[in-house]
Write a protein that binds this ligand. Sequence first.
Ligand code: SD4
Length: 333
Amino acid sequence: MSQKRRTFMGQILTGGIGLGIGYFVGAKKEKSYPKDSKKNTVSPYKEGLAISTWYHGIAANNAAWGVISSGGNAIDAAEQGARITEADVTGKSVGIGGTPDREGKVTLDACIMDKNGNAGSVSFLQGIKHPVSVARKVMDETPHVMLVGKGALQFAKEKGFEEEDLLTAETRADYKKWLDTSKYDPIINIENHDTIGLITMDKNGDFSGACTTSGLGYKMHGRVGDSPVIGAGLFVDNAVGAATATGLGEAVLKTCGTFLVVELMRQGMTPNDACKEAVNRIADKQNYENFQIGYIAVNKAGDVGAYSIHPGFDYALHKNGKNEMHKVDSLVK
Ligand code: SD4
């Protein structure tokens, strides 16, 4: 209820005392906001699911499912799933083995959000292979939402995370090769896979999500993308649904992408239509020929949807006993 409306209701209630206290007290109770939103959080879907971006999502979903199937909660499932991708040295877009920036530094972005709307995030974090778990600690153990750079690293070390070299022999060699041209060309994932965004729903029908990345390869030092930004790379509203994004973060940031997807679902759109509309908002204003965006979303009924700008985007879905890849429809055919 808006402040204006609340004041208006207050005036009615005060003015109405002379008309009959019982009636107005009753009316106020009926309008009680917490009661309404609690009602909304009950999901008819009680089987649980995990959905995540790109092929690396299969392994992440499996880990998340391990938590959900044993009765664990969505937030633990999201964190455990995302950690699998972060720890995979062969993945060049997340955690250890992530592609460095133009200074040769691996700088990581991640966030996590739970069913109560709590959120934690780290960005421009170096030397820690599990940024999602640092983000979880920011959420659980600080009064803040985001920590960045040196402050995020200091916090991580205080919490017992070990600093390590996140470059691998392969990414070091790739970087040396890149230095030959030093071409700064933010074309992203039309061909290659990238960031993991993971949405989990536990057997209570409650949502959580996580998003973690090394971001755009050879980006400017200090560049932060959409992935650690709540409402851009990830948004969860347990009364409505959840969404996560992959692709060129700047385009998602400029449109508050995942917040938009969830708000569109709140207005009654299917997850698929909401993702499509969020992609269209980007296409309306931005020159999208050379970059990819992919959204995935789930609503409270457990229906999933996805949409991308270009062909090639897919997601992994663990639902009804199967963990499978799904191709996504796109704006450009
Ligand atoms: C970023 N959104 O840093 C991330 C990169 C990504 O698929 O998702 N790529 O812009």
